[in-house]
Write a new protein. Sequence first.
Length: 340
Amino acid sequence: MQYPDFLSPNGTIGFAAPSFGCATEPYKTAFMNAQKKWREEGYQLQLGPNCYAEEGIGISNTPIKCGSELEESYCSDENDCIISCGGGELMCEILDYVDFEKIKQAKPKWYMGFSDNTNMTFLLTTLCDTASIYGPCAAAFGMEPQHPSLRDAMGVLTGKNLCLHGYDKWERESLKDEEHPLLPYHVTEPSVIRKFPDTALEVEGRLLGGCMDCLVNLLGTKYDKVCEFTNRYKDDGILWFLEACDLNVMSIRRAMWQMEHAGWFAHCKGFLIGRPLCYGQEMMGLDQYTAVTEVVEKYHVPVIMDLDIGHLSPMMPLVCGSMARVHAEGNQYSVQMELK
């Protein structure tokens, strides 16, 4: 596994928009405020050509322009890391215009984003053996005041903090809108995690995962080298982290079934499941918990659910590809990541 150099003081943060950019509110104002904060902290900034674009369908620009921006930004020596401007819908369409072999040969650098950015964070790890950060996109850093999860994300990016802890509360409904672009997370719900088995748990493995909506879309394509990856790291074992955006509980169940039958869960050591956007939904007796547990129970590994991963903020930044030790007891949990 290749690990990029951490962002140094006065280093250069690059921004790219391989999915949506920051062309509309509340994202534009939030992104501009985030840039102001980073400059005040001493960082240099490099903005790609699509950061404020809205020429594409489900992404910032045409697939070829988004693919070109992503590849050139990653391979450039003019920035030290990349933070994605945002998530979106059709980042998968840019993949045919990204030379992953060229990226694999380039000096590794941190790429951070989530949701649709799974198309980069996951493939960087599985295709290029390069670690990435499944974490917040650029506009989130513009909130006033910043939530501790944003400071954690910068702590990971700079190498100052690779031991993270779950947050006390989470946001069921955001108050941020066009007229209030800098509002912080509206955290009102106490964090309550579910563990299977329901005891104090500790599990170790190599972190791999992302947004299930994107993962099942990649499954079976030429970009699916997951079985080769999991076999390569079978001695470490895989610690899957998964979360869902548009999927309802039935879709989550189908996604888990599909990944399981594709052999992705071979050598799994455990599952870390984020709160789905359909949190609390029940359909025909199926809920967000049984949608997962009844599929993976055959592996007899720990399953920890309703974690701070994904679309219901805040989100804990995870280094995809790193070795991690996760401890969960009561409603408290920690993730200690090692770059080895």
